[in-house]
Design a protein around this ligand. Sequence first.
Ligand code: NAD
Length: 507
Amino acid sequence: MSTTYAEHLARAEQALRRFRDVPVTHLIGGMAVPGSGATFRNVSPVDGSPLGEISAAGAAEVDLAARAAGDAQAAWARLPGATRRRLLHRVADLIEARADEIAVVESMDTGQPMRFMSKAASRGAENFRFYADRAPGACDGQSLPTDQHLNYTLRTPIGPVAVITPWNTPFMLSTWKIAPALAAGCTVVHKPAEWSPLTATLLAEIMLEAGIPPGVANLVHGIGEVAGKALTEHPDIQAVAFVGESSTGSAIMAQGAPTLKRVHFELGGKNPVLVFADADLDRALDAVVFMIYSLNGERCTSSSRLLVARSIHDAFVERLTERLAALRVGHPLDPATEIGPLIHPRHVQKVQGYLSLAAEEGADVRRGAAADSLGPNYVAPALLVGARTTMRVAQEEIFGPVLTVIPFDDDDEALAMANGTRYGLAAYVWTNDVARAHRVAMSLEAGMVWVNSENVRHLPTPFGGMKASGIGRDGGDYSFDFYMETRNVAIALGGHRIPRLGTGDGT
Ligand code: NAD
């Protein structure tokens, strides 16, 4: 039987109590470390109520964590892959055992509806299991023989690494980074977003309880421009895996430049969904609605720009408007809720600012169910009809439940519009014409293209963006390319000619 709203509320009350009662500390070298005593207040997006005082790391705590990770690095890298596999599976077991707790804490900390967060833990556990099974082969290389040499490659972990994560679906995203890093043999310092810090503490505790040795997975809480900055500048940190805004990616690249950090960036998006007249329009409609209004639109891969063939534009937009009106905005723990409160008043201001801008730019702004009475962070979902591709609302990432709609006349125009932003994360194509599907997929400037599908993730496939949407790919073996160094060893098979200098014989 499915869990009721009342049961979710009771579970949340119980799970959140510990964060309210006792300050939330860093976890460094296997120990709870309060740090200097500086804290920041974490509040719930649901009603602004306090969810806890969180330790705010400065350079000293970051240094402690980076050194703990450095001290643990050699032993963790030396552990047999099979042992790392066992430990990571144990982490997955414990995540699954605490799945309900993780889900309600995540939901209350981020405002994301339970209908999506109930899967947050299982997705996180899946990430750990997937990379657990790859741990024994992480060091595997290639054999590249020539007539005269046997070349073979070896991979060794690059760690310690910094993992810096954003506030949307923080639990799932952090497992996606931390699991491959640990499987590769890297130690980690994780700095979660200050607007949603709680499930990072649950994950750090779980890893310790699972037997991940002290110092291998460290957690520092704090403000991005202070703790995050110190972490990206720390000389002991070899690489930075970052998920967040494109502008923060630029800052991190500059901060890491003096110490030549390797960086992996998963950044923003303004992802197009192209709907052609020959598509299965019922399925396309379901996917368009899902990919912008699920997860409150606070989703890097959201299809925030609908490019639709002019011949079907009016009818498609009419059906979209009906769906918009029927979307259920409400408390994130209510199983009926489809859209919850946005993460923070500053983010609400940003989203509302774009809605005012859309009206000023001449778009027809259509709104879903009024939401203001629920609380200050609730925003009615929106559809911006009659937009043009030059408008700021068609170019900039809004990161809320707002869909910009633009008609196109032919394939070339659709592609030009789709590619006409600085971003290149994901793109979605709806057509029943096979040749068109391939042609369009090959021409889209996006790291990931889904044809006749919404965002369905298969873990071995590469995940990431081009242009301002990112550098590098996650998933499968792609993650190990980032978390490991590749070394080539060339062994002469004997007898190849070595140039003889200083012999006077001219050879
Ligand atoms: P953000 O860039 O503001 O913050 C992300 C993290 O970086 C936080 O932990 C923050 O504290 C830290 N940070 C901020 N300034 C820093 C600095 N100078 N040095 C080091 N760390 C710093 O992003 P956000 O608002 O938390 O998240 C939303 C953004 O994340 C959106 O742009 C979204 O598209 C993107 N995102 C991308 C993906 C992807 O896979 N491409 C996935 C999820 C979210």
